[in-house]
Design a protein around this ligand. Sequence first.
Ligand SMILES: Nc1nc2c(ncn2[C@@H]2O[C@H](COP(=O)(O)OP(=O)(O)OP(=O)(O)O)[C@@H](O)[C@H]2O)c(=O)[nH]1
Ligand SMILES: [Mg+2]
Length: 272
Amino acid sequence: MSAAARQINTFRKPFNHLMTPNKVNEINPDVARFCRLGSDYDSLNNGKMIFIGESGVGKSSLIKRFHRNKFNSESQETCGVDFVTLTFNIFGVPFCLEIWDTAGQERFKWITTSYYRGTNVIVVVFDLSELSTLHECKKWLDEASYQNNHNFVFLVGNKLDKMSDQTFLGMKETISETCKDLNAEFWAVSSKTGKQVSNLFLRMAYLTFEKIVLGKLDCANDKSELFSSGSRINSSGISKFLSIMFYSSDCVSKNLGLSYSDASTNLKKYSA
Ligand SMILES: Nc1nc2c(ncn2[C@@H]2O[C@H](COP(=O)(O)OP(=O)(O)OP(=O)(O)O)[C@@H](O)[C@H]2O)c(=O)[nH]1
Ligand SMILES: [Mg+2]
């Protein structure tokens, strides 16, 4: 996906309002204010998300679809872990998200578990066409949750292209129960066709960003100082919005090219 595809200018909705514990329906006013004033956003921490689940469910394919808009029908199992850092532009504020891909093969467990720490979002992936992979999700989440104070859990059913609408509807109740059990937000996607993949990543990026900004505001002794001391968003600030993408040894950087007027127009309606 191009850098432009990682811009978030509107609130990102869940896949299904009934299958999410994250009931927020609009951008938080404090976060909107933070974005509008461009308050000290250089010091925002990176977000971290990790993809876990059985081997072959399509974790790497999902990340590849979002990152490069490509799909490979050949199976290439992940050895250990892999990661990519993507820069999003959220209401005019640059935000880096580390996306960690882990191997589902048991023999790599000793490597992957050491990367679980410090994760904001845990993405548990299963294959919609292999119900047994859904039943393994709790085990995966329990392992990842150990010693980890994550903020969000997403339960992602991949390979939607292999399902008829009717079969998918028939599975909904089981999925809904698992969602409640895991306290997770559900998404059905297809890495092959790209259906819902972008919406899923933008939703996860937005929620992570919101959590990190709110944490930063909570930590500040004086919120008003935080809001007033930051420089306002200006054209030189916007020009800093570089999209930095790392994938393994790859490193590409591009200018996002968002104009000041775009950012301020998008934020006007959220003025506190
Ligand atoms: N039809 C279909 N096939 C998919 C989809 N996503 C992935 N696949 C295929 O499923 C196989 C496994 O995909 P991977 O992305 O390698 O799975 P993984 O979860 O990363 O597997 P490990 O790295 O071993 O943990 C590959 O042959 C993919 O082409 C999808 O949405 N639809
Ligand atoms: Mg993989």
